[in-house]
Design a protein. Structure first.
Length: 238
Protein backbone atom coordinates (compact mmCIF):
# COMPACT_ATOMS: atom_id res chain seq x y z
CA UNK A 1 0.00 0.00 0.00
CA UNK A 2 1.40 3.42 -1.01
CA UNK A 3 1.87 6.13 1.68
CA UNK A 4 -0.58 9.01 1.92
CA UNK A 5 0.11 11.85 -0.52
CA UNK A 6 0.52 15.47 0.52
CA UNK A 7 -3.04 16.19 -0.67
CA UNK A 8 -4.36 13.52 1.65
CA UNK A 9 -2.40 14.69 4.73
CA UNK A 10 -3.16 17.98 6.40
CA UNK A 11 -0.58 19.47 8.75
CA UNK A 12 -3.37 20.02 11.26
CA UNK A 13 -4.42 16.37 11.18
CA UNK A 14 -3.98 14.51 14.40
CA UNK A 15 -2.26 11.11 14.49
CA UNK A 16 -5.68 9.51 15.02
CA UNK A 17 -7.01 11.09 11.82
CA UNK A 18 -3.97 9.93 9.88
CA UNK A 19 -4.41 6.41 11.29
CA UNK A 20 -8.09 6.39 10.26
CA UNK A 21 -7.14 7.43 6.74
CA UNK A 22 -4.52 4.73 6.58
CA UNK A 23 -7.06 2.21 7.85
CA UNK A 24 -9.47 3.33 5.12
CA UNK A 25 -6.75 2.87 2.50
CA UNK A 26 -5.93 -0.53 3.96
CA UNK A 27 -9.60 -1.57 3.77
CA UNK A 28 -9.76 -0.49 0.13
CA UNK A 29 -6.61 -2.43 -0.74
CA UNK A 30 -7.97 -5.44 1.15
CA UNK A 31 -11.21 -5.32 -0.85
CA UNK A 32 -9.21 -5.11 -4.08
CA UNK A 33 -7.14 -8.16 -3.13
CA UNK A 34 -10.32 -10.02 -2.15
CA UNK A 35 -11.81 -9.28 -5.58
CA UNK A 36 -8.64 -10.57 -7.26
CA UNK A 37 -8.71 -13.67 -5.07
CA UNK A 38 -12.41 -14.23 -5.88
CA UNK A 39 -11.61 -13.97 -9.60
CA UNK A 40 -8.83 -16.50 -9.13
CA UNK A 41 -11.18 -18.88 -7.28
CA UNK A 42 -13.77 -18.48 -10.05
CA UNK A 43 -11.16 -19.36 -12.67
CA UNK A 44 -10.22 -22.45 -10.66
CA UNK A 45 -13.90 -23.45 -10.54
CA UNK A 46 -14.23 -23.06 -14.29
CA UNK A 47 -11.18 -25.26 -14.83
CA UNK A 48 -12.69 -27.91 -12.52
CA UNK A 49 -15.98 -27.74 -14.44
CA UNK A 50 -14.18 -28.19 -17.76
CA UNK A 51 -12.24 -31.15 -16.39
CA UNK A 52 -15.50 -32.72 -15.19
CA UNK A 53 -16.99 -32.18 -18.65
CA UNK A 54 -13.95 -33.85 -20.23
CA UNK A 55 -14.36 -36.85 -17.89
CA UNK A 56 -18.06 -37.15 -18.81
CA UNK A 57 -17.32 -36.90 -22.52
CA UNK A 58 -14.60 -39.54 -22.27
CA UNK A 59 -17.00 -41.90 -20.48
CA UNK A 60 -19.70 -41.27 -23.11
CA UNK A 61 -17.16 -41.95 -25.87
CA UNK A 62 -16.22 -45.24 -24.20
CA UNK A 63 -19.90 -46.21 -23.88
CA UNK A 64 -20.47 -45.39 -27.56
CA UNK A 65 -17.45 -47.50 -28.52
CA UNK A 66 -18.84 -50.45 -26.55
CA UNK A 67 -22.24 -50.02 -28.23
CA UNK A 68 -20.58 -49.82 -31.65
CA UNK A 69 -18.65 -53.03 -31.03
CA UNK A 70 -21.88 -54.71 -29.94
CA UNK A 71 -23.64 -53.63 -33.13
CA UNK A 72 -20.73 -54.83 -35.24
CA UNK A 73 -20.94 -58.19 -33.50
CA UNK A 74 -24.68 -58.41 -34.23
CA UNK A 75 -24.10 -57.51 -37.88
CA UNK A 76 -21.42 -60.17 -38.12
CA UNK A 77 -23.82 -62.77 -36.73
CA UNK A 78 -26.50 -61.68 -39.21
CA UNK A 79 -24.04 -61.95 -42.10
CA UNK A 80 -22.97 -65.42 -41.00
CA UNK A 81 -26.60 -66.52 -40.79
CA UNK A 82 -27.28 -65.16 -44.27
CA UNK A 83 -24.26 -67.01 -45.67
CA UNK A 84 -25.43 -70.23 -44.02
CA UNK A 85 -28.87 -69.83 -45.58
CA UNK A 86 -27.31 -69.11 -48.97
CA UNK A 87 -25.20 -72.25 -48.64
CA UNK A 88 -28.26 -74.30 -47.67
CA UNK A 89 -30.11 -72.91 -50.68
CA UNK A 90 -27.22 -73.79 -52.98
CA UNK A 91 -27.11 -77.31 -51.60
CA UNK A 92 -30.85 -77.67 -52.14
CA UNK A 93 -30.47 -76.48 -55.74
CA UNK A 94 -27.69 -78.97 -56.38
CA UNK A 95 -29.80 -81.73 -54.88
CA UNK A 96 -32.72 -80.86 -57.16
CA UNK A 97 -30.41 -80.75 -60.19
CA UNK A 98 -29.11 -84.18 -59.26
CA UNK A 99 -32.57 -85.68 -58.76
CA UNK A 100 -34.08 -84.48 -62.03
CA UNK A 101 -31.94 -86.67 -64.38
CA UNK A 102 -32.31 -89.57 -61.98
CA UNK A 103 -36.08 -89.22 -62.21
CA UNK A 104 -35.93 -89.26 -66.00
CA UNK A 105 -33.89 -92.47 -65.94
CA UNK A 106 -36.25 -94.05 -63.45
CA UNK A 107 -39.25 -93.18 -65.65
CA UNK A 108 -37.61 -94.92 -68.60
CA UNK A 109 -36.39 -97.98 -66.69
CA UNK A 110 -39.07 -98.46 -64.07
CA UNK A 111 -42.39 -97.55 -65.67
CA UNK A 112 -44.09 -100.08 -63.36
CA UNK A 113 -42.96 -98.36 -60.21
CA UNK A 114 -45.11 -95.25 -60.57
CA UNK A 115 -45.88 -95.23 -56.90
CA UNK A 116 -42.22 -94.93 -56.01
CA UNK A 117 -41.76 -92.23 -58.62
CA UNK A 118 -44.76 -90.40 -57.18
CA UNK A 119 -43.07 -90.43 -53.80
CA UNK A 120 -39.91 -89.07 -55.39
CA UNK A 121 -41.95 -86.27 -56.94
CA UNK A 122 -43.41 -85.49 -53.53
CA UNK A 123 -39.91 -85.28 -52.09
CA UNK A 124 -38.92 -82.99 -54.93
CA UNK A 125 -41.89 -80.71 -54.23
CA UNK A 126 -40.96 -80.60 -50.56
CA UNK A 127 -37.43 -79.63 -51.51
CA UNK A 128 -38.79 -76.93 -53.81
CA UNK A 129 -40.92 -75.57 -50.98
CA UNK A 130 -37.91 -75.55 -48.68
CA UNK A 131 -35.89 -73.75 -51.32
CA UNK A 132 -38.62 -71.15 -51.81
CA UNK A 133 -38.89 -70.69 -48.06
CA UNK A 134 -35.14 -70.22 -47.78
CA UNK A 135 -35.18 -67.73 -50.65
CA UNK A 136 -38.03 -65.81 -49.00
CA UNK A 137 -36.08 -65.68 -45.73
CA UNK A 138 -33.01 -64.43 -47.58
CA UNK A 139 -35.04 -61.72 -49.29
CA UNK A 140 -36.62 -60.70 -45.98
CA UNK A 141 -33.19 -60.42 -44.35
CA UNK A 142 -31.85 -58.44 -47.29
CA UNK A 143 -34.82 -56.05 -47.01
CA UNK A 144 -34.21 -55.68 -43.27
CA UNK A 145 -30.53 -54.91 -43.84
CA UNK A 146 -31.33 -52.26 -46.47
CA UNK A 147 -34.02 -50.63 -44.27
CA UNK A 148 -31.67 -50.36 -41.28
CA UNK A 149 -28.54 -49.34 -43.17
CA UNK A 150 -29.32 -45.63 -42.61
CA UNK A 151 -29.59 -46.22 -38.84
CA UNK A 152 -26.09 -47.72 -38.70
CA UNK A 153 -24.67 -44.92 -40.84
CA UNK A 154 -26.26 -42.28 -38.57
CA UNK A 155 -24.89 -44.05 -35.50
CA UNK A 156 -21.37 -44.10 -36.92
CA UNK A 157 -21.64 -40.39 -37.78
CA UNK A 158 -22.87 -39.60 -34.27
CA UNK A 159 -19.89 -41.45 -32.77
CA UNK A 160 -17.54 -39.56 -35.07
CA UNK A 161 -19.11 -36.21 -34.08
CA UNK A 162 -18.79 -37.10 -30.38
CA UNK A 163 -15.07 -37.87 -30.81
CA UNK A 164 -14.57 -34.53 -32.55
CA UNK A 165 -16.35 -32.71 -29.70
CA UNK A 166 -14.13 -34.46 -27.15
CA UNK A 167 -10.96 -33.57 -29.05
CA UNK A 168 -12.08 -29.92 -29.29
CA UNK A 169 -12.81 -29.76 -25.54
CA UNK A 170 -9.41 -31.28 -24.71
CA UNK A 171 -7.62 -28.79 -26.97
CA UNK A 172 -9.43 -25.82 -25.39
CA UNK A 173 -8.63 -27.06 -21.87
CA UNK A 174 -4.95 -27.43 -22.82
CA UNK A 175 -4.89 -23.91 -24.26
CA UNK A 176 -6.49 -22.49 -21.09
CA UNK A 177 -3.98 -24.29 -18.86
CA UNK A 178 -1.09 -23.09 -21.01
CA UNK A 179 -2.32 -19.47 -20.81
CA UNK A 180 -2.73 -19.77 -17.04
CA UNK A 181 0.82 -21.13 -16.61
CA UNK A 182 2.18 -18.35 -18.85
CA UNK A 183 0.40 -15.67 -16.78
CA UNK A 184 1.71 -17.20 -13.55
CA UNK A 185 5.27 -17.20 -14.91
CA UNK A 186 4.93 -13.58 -16.06
CA UNK A 187 3.63 -12.58 -12.61
CA UNK A 188 6.61 -14.25 -10.93
CA UNK A 189 9.03 -12.52 -13.31
CA UNK A 190 7.27 -9.16 -12.77
CA UNK A 191 7.48 -9.51 -8.97
CA UNK A 192 11.18 -10.37 -9.22
CA UNK A 193 11.82 -7.36 -11.50
CA UNK A 194 9.79 -5.04 -9.26
CA UNK A 195 11.79 -6.18 -6.20
CA UNK A 196 15.04 -5.43 -7.99
CA UNK A 197 14.08 -2.10 -9.58
CA UNK A 198 11.25 -0.76 -7.41
CA UNK A 199 9.32 0.01 -10.61
CA UNK A 200 5.70 -0.82 -11.46
CA UNK A 201 5.69 -3.76 -13.90
CA UNK A 202 2.68 -4.29 -16.24
CA UNK A 203 1.46 -7.88 -16.66
CA UNK A 204 -1.45 -8.06 -19.11
CA UNK A 205 -4.58 -6.63 -17.46
CA UNK A 206 -2.80 -5.85 -14.15
CA UNK A 207 0.38 -4.18 -12.92
CA UNK A 208 2.64 -5.29 -10.07
CA UNK A 209 4.40 -3.07 -7.53
CA UNK A 210 6.61 -4.25 -4.67
CA UNK A 211 6.92 -2.07 -1.59
CA UNK A 212 9.62 -2.52 1.05
CA UNK A 213 8.50 -3.92 4.37
CA UNK A 214 9.44 -2.83 7.86
CA UNK A 215 13.16 -3.23 7.13
CA UNK A 216 12.90 -0.67 4.30
CA UNK A 217 14.81 -2.94 1.89
CA UNK A 218 13.38 -4.41 -1.32
CA UNK A 219 13.97 -8.06 -2.11
CA UNK A 220 13.43 -9.38 1.43
CA UNK A 221 10.74 -11.67 2.79
CA UNK A 222 8.68 -8.85 4.35
CA UNK A 223 8.17 -7.02 1.01
CA UNK A 224 4.53 -6.15 0.25
CA UNK A 225 3.32 -7.12 -3.23
CA UNK A 226 0.63 -4.79 -4.63
CA UNK A 227 -1.43 -5.88 -7.66
CA UNK A 228 -3.63 -3.23 -9.32
CA UNK A 229 -5.51 -2.99 -12.62
CA UNK A 230 -3.30 -1.90 -15.51
CA UNK A 231 -2.83 1.90 -15.69
CA UNK A 232 -3.39 2.54 -11.98
CA UNK A 233 0.12 3.91 -11.47
CA UNK A 234 -0.25 6.38 -14.36
CA UNK A 235 -3.61 7.61 -13.05
CA UNK A 236 -2.16 8.18 -9.57
CA UNK A 237 0.76 10.15 -11.04
CA UNK A 238 -1.71 12.36 -12.93
Amino acid sequence: MEPLSDDEVDEQDTPEQIVRRLETRLAEETQRLERLYEAYRKAEGEIADKQALIDVLEKEALDREIEREGLEHLLSEKDNKIRELELDGAKSSKRVEHLEPELEKMEEKYSKERAMLGRVYEITEELDEQLQTAQSELEARDDWYVQHMKVFEDLNQAIKDRYEMIESAVEKAAEFQKAQESFKQRMEEAISTAQKTGATIPVGPVEVTVEAGDDGVLGTDDDEIVVNPAGTAEKEEE
